[in-house]
Design a protein around this ligand. Sequence first.
Ligand SMILES: [Zn+2]
Length: 211
Amino acid sequence: MKLVLIGCPGAGKGTQAKVLSEHFHLAHISTGDLLRDQVKSGTPLGLKLKTIMESGGLVSDEIVSQLLRQRIAEDDCKNGYILDGYPRNVSQAEGLDDIVGSLDKVVLIEVPDEAIIERMSGRRSCPVCGAMYHVKNNPPKTEGVCDKCGGGLVARSDDNPETVKHRLDVFHSQTAPVIDYYDKKGLVLKIDGTKDIDVISGELIEILEKL
Ligand SMILES: [Zn+2]
């Protein structure tokens, strides 16, 4: 099975990718991880990538395609794979067709922007022990204080509502054409991402098992 997983930041894409990859024995391929692995490996390509990424530049589609091609040739991809974070634009989607042939489904996890903003702006973490909280969904016993170690909880600066809103706008403008592209091919499977994680996984598995 070959899947593409699309969801905005905070939609729970990573969690679902993990569940699906375990259930169907699929490799979970994140292009971000692929790039970071190259950098760590210190190959000539890795060194080149390091320079590009450190200067805030964009890695070319050509390089990402090349890495993807190598990755899906690996043993753990024999059963199939889930692509997470790719393609981000139509030209990448077209390139992907050349690399993987036909996809089985493009799973779109949909969560309204307001819900994402609430999810992300309510996150708090403990800088001492790393524990994570949410002011509404998973509050500490005492407001602002870590249950485990008594550390003072902090919000990440990029979780503030304005920043999250901006990231969502960027996501929608980049992704809408990709969703259209796959919609025309009849591949898009829309899932309501506001439900509980287990409910979403259950629905996804049930639908995908029938493919
Ligand atoms: Zn703590």
